[in-house]
Every structure is written in structure tokens, then in C-alpha cells.
Write a protein that binds this ligand. Sequence first.
Ligand code: UGA
Length: 424
Amino acid sequence: MESDPAKLRLLYQGEVPIHEPGLDELVRAHAESKQLCFTDRIEEGLAGADFALVAVGTPARLDGRVDLSALYRVSEQIVRNAVHPITVVMKSTVPPGTGRALTERFFSKSATRIRYASNPEFLREGQAVKDWFSPDRIVVGSDDQDVATRVLALYAGIQAPKIRTSVVSAEMIKYAANAFLATKISFINEIATICELVGADVTEVAPALGMDVRIGSQFLRAGIGYGGSCFPKDTKGLEQLSSLNGYDFALLKAVIEVNRRQRISAVRKLRAALGGLLDKRVAVLGLAFKPGTDDVRESPAIEIISYLVDEGAAVSACDPVAVANARTVLPDSVELFQDPYDAVRNSNAVLLATEWDDFTGMDWTKVKRLMAPPFVVFDGRNALARASLEALGFRYSGIGRQGAGDGDEVSTNITFGKKRASQV
Ligand code: UGA
């Protein structure tokens, strides 16, 4: 069931309203074989169904709390329209405790029996189809073993560890997973900042760090921070939930703050490299919050652009697939291009915000010809070849890759130790 008429129209025509590799083919094949049908009428969707999979949005409110209004609406509709026993399977990310609350508030009041399971989603945007067929684990939370068994049976064809938990634990697993991954990113970004101060290079540090299997190599890429519809919302949602339950989740607050700082630090570095932003032209390569998606929600690129525009910079930006979505959220003055070479024309600085292959594989000799001095490249994802760019005459900076700047002394225990030795 889809309630947005524009999206539904596209689905009827066999088109998928989001950019997700491999999804169009799957949807088209199953729609043609009539295994998959679309409707905007809930009674039609529920007719004859054993399960109702709920996957509505649960966005963040301004204060960070999760907006559950779409979930309440759909729960009410299910209760009103269920004419035979059905199991609600929650795929939406919901704060721990929501399943219990929904059951008390809606499903337990239904005339027909409605049972409930939490089945959190761990798919990554841009790799959702791949992740669906080979997940790290499948988690089903239900307070009824029979319900858990029947929901797990839906995944009979998929090889993965299958975990049964209570509803609230399943909800917590989802939040804990996203909060932990976000913590890894903010941690490496903090290490990157220290690397800059002491003259180390985080791109040398992180791979060696990740070789310890207890740490793991993924999510240790320093950059302008995490974005998207999940990490920002879920970290803030969990922090709010903690406060509401009387607990100060100090670590998570720091993770969120470090992520905010990464974006601001990108603006400060560009300002310093250009000697002010007023009347400078900055080309931003990448608008999506990561490669492989057209999603610009909470994208670091979007927020950085708005700071640059506020400080009087002229901004041109490009993205292989996210330009249309970005247009709806960016100031009108930002010029958008499909072709990165058009975007970099006459720019004083280039910011790599999303590490699409289209950008990392650019002909940088040509880029230099098109740009204007002082030829600054700010590599917000540490994805470009620093040495080659410097050899071409670019002023390169990345994240956690500079030496101690501005004549600052590097403070180490050794220096401190020497001073103490001479004092003795
Ligand atoms: C994330 C989780 O990875 C999924 O497991 C989860 O199902 C999903 O949220 C969700 O809750 O629905 P997704 O938001 O698609 O998936 O994106 P990620 O690939 O996790 O990347 C998130 C952000 O972190 C991106 O902005 C990316 O650029 C950034 N990132 C990632 C880093 O800055 N450094 C890294 O090392 C990795």
C-alpha cells in the first residue's frame, strides 16, 4: 500500500520512485507475475493477508524525538479494517517500547486478533537489494513463540543467523546497531582531528586499527561525517529516549556533537584556505549523503553548502543522481550541474563531499585548467590521490591528513618529558 499518489502512479507504471540498484528489476518482475500488487486502499491490502508489514517513515522531530504519527495512523487503519486474524510485522525503526505501546493502544483493542512482531531492518541505502539477500542476521522480536516462528519462516530461503528476542530487545538491537556504527565514525573523526594536530595521517592509522578483529575495518573512514535518514535520526532518537527515561547518555551526545563539528570544520578549513569565503566560488562534488543513492536527507553536503552561501560564497554543485532531490532543499542561488566539469568551472575551491567514482576518477589536469586560483581541493572523504593532486599544483587538504599547521608546536609526552628532565 502506498498513500502518495505520485509514487503510486510510478509504481503502477513499473517504475520505482527511489534510486536503489537492482530494485527496479525485482519490482518489475514480481509485478508482472502478479506476486506484487500496489494499492492505496488498506482494505484491499489486508484482504486475505496473513501478515501486514509496516514500513512507514518515522522521521525526527525538531527536538530529536521520533515522530510516530504515520505509525499511529496506519495502526488505527489496520485495526479498523482487519476482518480476520493478522500479524503486524514492524519494519519501521521505532524507539524501544513502541511495540508494547502500539499493542496496548491499538492492536489489543481490535475485534479480530492482531498479533505483533518486531523485525528490524539493517539494509543500507544503495545496497539494499544485496543486503536483503545476504544479511548479517535476521532478528525477530515477539512475545509469542508461534508468531516468531511464522515470521522467521518468511525468510526460509535466506541463509543467515536467525535471532529470536522479545519485542523491546529487537527494537533496541536496531538502535544499538546504528548508534554503535555512528560512534565508530565519530571516533575515527576524533582520531583524525588529533592526527592533524600531531602530524599523523588517519588514512594510515585507520586501516591498521581495523586489522584488529575486535575493532573491525568497516566504518573507520574519516570524513565530513555521517548523514542520511538513519544515523542522525536514530542517534538523536536514542539520546532523547534515554533522557526521557532519566538517563544521560553522555557518550551518544558526544557522537552527535562530533558529527556536527565535522561539517563546521569543513567550512572553517575552506574559509582559511581561501582567505575568506565572500565572493569566492566553491564547487561541491556530491550532494547525496553517500554514493549509490539519490537521498539528500541530512546530507553533510547540503548543510555545508548552506553555510558557504551564508558567508557569501558562490556555490556550484553536482551529483550523478541526487540533483533533483537537492534542488528542493538548496538555496536558489546554488547552481546545479549533472556534469562535474561544468560544476568546477571558474571555482577557487573544490569540495569532494560524496565519494562517487564519477568524481574520484576525474581528469584532474582538466579540472585544474577549468578552475581559478588558488586551486584548493578539500577532500571531505579522503578519497582522492593527494600526491598526484599536489604534483598538479593543487592545494590539497583532507580530513586528518595535515601536519600541525600554523607554526603550532606539537605537544607530546616526549617533549613534556624532556622539559621535565631539564627542569630536574
Ligand atoms: C545505515 C546502516 O548502515 C544500516 O545497517 C541501517 O539499516 C540503515 O542505516 C537504517 O537504519 O535504515 P545507511 O543510512 O544507508 O545505512 O548508510 P551507511 O552506509 O551506514 O552510511 C551512513 C553515513 O555514514 C553516510 O553518510 C556515510 O558517508 C557515513 N560513513 C560511513 C562515514 O562517514 N564513514 C564510514 O566509515 C562509513
